[in-house]
Design a binder for this molecule. Structure first.
Ligand code: AKB
Length: 319
């Protein structure tokens, strides 16, 4: 991975991944793209940036060729709750964008990364210690596109020899960029509300466990997997990775260790609760650990301390 084209850079993962890749590879070796160009945004202003609609394969191909990249990281996609509200658009963007990106990778012999998700599992998947290889019958449009995407990436590897790699991300928590319409977003919102109002109304029901990860670990995981020895990769496209699994009550208690006055109540959103109920409680990351050394650094309390400190600084700066 020497020169990279990244799609969907203004999203939660993209904005932090681009900053890291610019540091690792040099500003001239990262071409950040997104469908819009907001003025003053650090991802736009901090290096090379191009407007790209991932539904436009020709434009993507043109960028890959004119910048002579060797790697394509495809992040543009709708998250679970938005894809459930607009299923046709979810299918079109998540699958259409992925097919275009894989074709560009095939035509130009690029290394390729795209994320899958715990959303690729469904209600009849084993809920605890969910194995790497198991039943995948998701009941959401997001999940349907994620399973199809995993299979398609495997297909491009076995059929065309494209060096495709990927992980199943859990809920990602970050203080830099807000997620855009996921089911696990409550675990980000809660920190903002803790700082702003010292109280939070949770849209996920008490007792609902989901896998999560702090963004620095997620970014490390992408870089580590892309630099991993291909000989050691058995699974390639959809490694289970998780750093922690918790219920709303547990994140509340973690925040209370730093901020004892914090309180939480519930106002459950049936759509996002339905999605959460169809996902595992805790997945097994053994294959990622064994095949490429996945080793997250943050547990719940370490993440909470860092989130509250960094977010307080950030929110103070905007007052
Ligand atoms: C979502 O909630 O949609 C995402 C995910 C787990 O893929 N954060």
């Amino acid at each position: 991975m020497k020169k990279v084209l990244v799609t969907g850079c203004l999203g939660q993962i993209g904005s932090e991944l681009v900053a890291r890749l610019r540091e690792d590879l040099g500003i001239e070796n990262v071409i950040a793209t997104d469908i819009r160009r907001p003025e003053g945004d650090p991802t736009v202003e901090g290096g090379m940036f191009e407007v790209l609609d991932v539904m436009d394969r020709e434009a993507m191909n043109h960028l890959a060729q004119s910048y002579e990249v060797d790697t394509l990281i495809h992040l543009a996609a709708l998250l679970s709750a938005v894809a459930e509200a607009k299923p046709q658009m979810g299918w079109e963007l998540n699958m259409g964008g992925l097919v275009n990106a894989l074709e560009v990778a095939r035509e130009n012999n690029l290394k390729f990364f795209t994320p899958s998700s715990i959303g690729a599992f469904g209600p009849n998947t084993p809920k605890d210690n969910t194995p790497q290889d198991t039943i995948q019958r998701p009941t959401t449009m997001y999940g349907v596109t994620k399973v199809a995407g995993e299979l398609l990436c495997d297909y491009y590897y076995t059929k065309f020899g494209v060096d495709t790699r990927g992980v199943r991300f859990p809920g990602l928590i970050s203080y830099k960029t807000l997620p855009g319409g996921g089911t696990t977003d409550y675990a980000v919102d809660i920190y903002y509300e803790a700082i702003k109002n010292k109280t939070y109304e949770c849209f996920i029901k008490e007792g609902t466990a989901m896998d999560m990860m702090y963004m620095p670990d997620a970014i490390d995981a992408i870089v580590q997997l892309m630099n991993a020895d291909p000989e050691k990769l058995i699974h390639r496209n959809a490694f289970n990775i998780s750093a922690m699994s918790f219920e709303p009550e547990e994140i509340k208690k973690s925040i209370q260790k730093v901020m004892p006055e914090f309180t939480m109540s519930y106002n459950v959103d049936p759509v996002r609760q339905g999605i959460a109920d169809s996902w595992p409680n805790a997945i097994d990351s053994t294959c990622a650990k064994e095949e490429w050394g996945f080793a997250p650094k943050y547990d719940l309390d370490a993440m909470t301390r860092d989130m509250l400190a960094k977010l307080t600084e950030k929110l103070m700066a905007t007052i």
